[in-house]
Design a protein around this ligand. Structure first.
Ligand SMILES: [Fe+2]
Length: 135
């Protein structure tokens, strides 16, 4: 069972960004499934680090466009990104040092955060980015 499914309500109407959101969702689902199957720690650790790397790349692409187009809500949007990465970093550190067992609570936090972030925060740049020529 997929933890999160991308649908049109999550589209920011910019293909390159939608594509990255879909990949991120697939990575979260993979992570979720591996937690459910009680996959070994090494696998889970790899999934966390892959997810983190991809997320950082994706956030920096969004932020690059925001700076380039002088997006008015850049600071607040970036803060959301930074807070999320800080949480994932803390989680990764705790998991890798053996002081944290990944639970569905954690996978839920990640999927809910992403879903909300796309549907509310990212959605706000949609028209602005499109007006600036992204498609
Ligand atoms: Fe974002």
């Amino acid at each position: 069972m997929a933890a999160i499914t991308w649908n049109k309500s999550m589209s920011v109407k910019i293909n390159s960004i939608d594509e990255q959101h879909i990949i991120l969702i697939e990575m979260i689902n993979d992570f979720y499934e591996n937690i459910g199957n009680r996959s070994n720690n090494e696998n889970i650790s790899k999934l966390i680090s892959g997810m983190k790397k991809y997320t950082i790349m994706h956030f920096s692409m969004e932020e690059k466009y925001m700076r380039q187009f002088k997006y008015p809500s850049y600071e607040t949007h970036k803060k959301e990104h930074d807070n999320f990465i800080a949480k994932v970093n803390a989680l990764e550190e705790k998991f890798n040092s053996g002081t944290l067992i990944i639970s569905f609570e954690i996978t839920s936090f990640i999927k809910d955060w992403l879903k909300e972030h796309i549907q509310f925060t990212d959605m706000q740049y949609s028209d602005f980015f499109i007006k600036n020529g992204l498609k």
